[in-house]
Ligand binder design. Structure first.
Ligand SMILES: Nc1ncnc2c1ncn2[C@@H]1O[C@H](COP(=O)(O)OP(=O)(O)OP(=O)(O)O)[C@@H](O)[C@H]1O
Length: 246
C-alpha cells in the first residue's frame, strides 16, 4: 500500500519545556488516521509541522515522498489543511470566500464551489457574511475550503470542534464519503474518542507529547478492549507507571 505520510523522530520543545518528543508514524493510502490525545497532548504541534506552519527541532516529515522542509511545494501539492479555526474574510459571504480560494485552482470546474457548499451543509447560508456565522459554520467553511481542490490527503485538526451533534454527524459523513468515493486519505485529530471510534481505521494515541501507542484500530483493541476509551485508559496507566519507574 502506498505510503502517504512518513513522520520520523519528530521533536519540538517550546521554551516552557512542553512540546512533542520523538514522534514516528506512517499513514498509508486510504487510511483515516486518528490522532487522538487529551488537550495539550501535542496534536496541533505535530500537524502544524506537517503542514510546514512550524519547524521541528529534530526529525522529518515526508508527504507523498517529499520532505516538507526542503520540498514544500511538491510535498503540499495534493494536500488540504484545516488547522485551528480556518481563516476567512468576515465581511464577505461564505460563497465569496470559496470563490476567492477557487481562483488558486483555475482547472476546477465552476460547479465545484456549489458542490463543496452542499457537501458541508452550507448551501442555505452561502450568501451570509462569514462574520455572522457561528463557530460550527466557520468550521464547515474551513472544511469546504480544504476540500475545494480535491486533495488526496486531508490534514484536519479537530474537524468536529465547535459543532453540535447534527454538525458532527454531517462532518463525519463527509469524511467517510470522501474516503469511500474519492479514496482521500485523512490525518485527523480529535480529543473526542467517539469521533475516532466511528471514523478511523488507524489510531495514534498521543499523551504528554509522546506517541504511546499506534496501529490499526482492530489490532489495538485486539478483543481485549471493548472500546477505544478503555484502551486509552489502560495505555495511560501503563505510561504513568513507566514514567514513575524511570
Ligand atoms: N507556541 C507555544 N509556546 C509554548 N508552549 C506551547 C506553544 N504551542 C503549544 N505549546 C504547548 O505544547 C503542548 C502541546 O500543545 P498542542 O496545542 O500541540 O496540543 P493539542 O494536543 O493540540 O491540544 P488541544 O486539544 O488543546 O488543541 C501544550 O502543553 C501547549 O501548552
Amino acid at each position: 500500500m502506498e505510503t502517504i505520510v512518513e513522520i520520523e523522530g519528530l521533536t519540538k520543545t517550546f521554551r516552557n519545556q512542553r512540546g512533542i518528543h520523538d514522534i514516528s508514524l506512517t499513514v498509508r493510502k486510504g487510511d483515516i488516521y486518528g490522532f487522538f490525545g487529551p488537550n495539550g497532548a501535542g496534536k496541533t504541534t505535530v500537524m502544524k509541522i506537517m503542514a510546514g506552519l512550524s519547524k521541528a527541532n529534530k526529525g522529518k516529515v515526508r508527504l507523498f515522498g517529499h520532505e516538507v522542509t526542503t520540498h514544500y511545494e511538491q510535498a503540499m501539492a495534493k494536500v488540504g489543511v484545516l488547522i485551528e479555526t480556518a481563516e476567512a474574510y468576515e465581511y464577505m459571504s461564505g460563497r465569496k470566500n470559496l470563490e476567492l480560494a477557487a481562483r488558486l485552482y483555475p482547472e476546477l470546474p465552476g460547479s465545484r464551489v456549489d458542490e463543496v457548499l452542499e457537501l458541508v451543509g452550507l448551501s442555505g447560508y452561502q450568501r451570509e457574511k462569514v462574520g455572522h456565522y457561528s463557530l460550527g459554520m466557520k468550521q464547515r467553511l474551513g472544511l469546504a475550503a480544504a476540500i475545494l481542490s480535491r486533495p488526496e490527503l486531508l490534514i484536519l485538526d479537530e474537524p468536529t470542534n465547535g459543532l453540535d451533534i447534527e454538525g458532527m454527524v454531517q462532518i463525519r459523513e463527509v469524511i467517510l464519503l470522501l474516503a469511500r468515493e474519492e479514496r482521500t486519505t485523512f490525518f485527523l485529530s480529535s480529543h473526542l474518542i467517539h469521533d475516532m471510534e466511528l471514523m478511523c481505521n488507524r489510531i495514534g494515541i498521543l499523551y504528554g507529547g509522546k506517541l504511546i501507542r499506534e496501529g490499526l484500530k482492530t489490532e489495538l483493541l485486539d478483543g481485549r478492549f471493548p472500546t477505544l476509551e478503555e484502551l486509552f485508559i489502560h495505555e495511560v496507566k501503563e505510561e504513568r507507571r513507566a514514567v514513575n519507574h524511570a
